[in-house]
Design a protein around this ligand. Structure first.
Ligand SMILES: CC(C)(COP(=O)(O)OP(=O)(O)OC[C@H]1O[C@@H](n2cnc3c(N)ncnc32)[C@H](O)[C@@H]1OP(=O)(O)O)[C@@H](O)C(=O)NCCC(=O)NCCS
Length: 167
């Protein structure tokens, strides 16, 4: 199981011990506004997400990480790769609102992408966001993704992006 390191964060694979903490994050009204179709996910769904992530780590080394701040060990969110509805793996992330706009998603996202290219040798990483999700859109663009395609979604349009492995 890979553990990734950034200047401020440690990224470690989510385990079944994280079901409660991850669900608390995902059902926060500000976090889920344009995520998970706005639904309050039941515990079984969150458990399924983590089981799928663990299977992904075993299958190809790609899954979801808990983000811990080095400073105090706080669980600040999650980030990682999951199978996309279109072909490929997509970057997924959510951060507790009290830590928003401090570069957490950018720092974690960059580490996940670097590992995808250098460690897993993926040719590209996808990202998507519901059209109204301006915070996510900003983070995706800031991470150097370019627009790919639009598909229908719960909030109108889902915007898909891609970042290719540098040659
Ligand atoms: C989207 C999200 C993960 C961003 O996390 P974050 O740690 O606050 O993001 P960062 O601080 O790393 O910001 C990265 C870039 O995103 C953009 N951004 C982030 N928040 C923004 C906001 N409120 N308004 C405009 N741009 C914003 C900026 O371009 C920013 O770079 P900059 O600060 O250098 O200008 C966070 O808002 C979140 O968890 N939202 C709810 C869950 C969600 O929607 N997840 C994505 C699902 S697709």
């Amino acid at each position: 199981m890979p553990v990734l390191d950034t200047p401020r964060l440690t990224l470690r694979p989510l385990t079944l011990g994280d079901v409660g903490a991850l669900r608390a994050l995902l059902i926060d009204p500000d976090v889920r506004r344009w995520m998970c179709d706005g639904l309050v996910l039941p515990e079984a769904t969150v458990r399924g997400m983590i089981q799928e992530s663990l299977a992904g780590f075993r299958r190809c080394g790609a899954g979801l990480y808990a983000l811990h701040r080095k400073e105090d060990g706080a669980f600040v969110g999650y980030a990682g790769l999951k199978p996309a509805r279109i072909r490929g793996l997509e970057l997924a992330a959510a951060v507790w609102p009290r830590y928003w706009r401090q570069g957490v998603a950018r720092e974690a996202g960059e580490a996940v992408i670097r590992h995808a290219f250098d460690g897993l040798e993926l040719p590209r990483v996808l990202a998507c966001t519901d059209a109204p999700n301006f915070r996510s859109l900003g983070a995706i663009v800031r991470l150097g993704f370019r627009p790919l395609v639009n598909t229908p979604g719960a909030f109108g349009v889902i915007r898909w992006f891609v970042r290719d492995r540098p040659r």
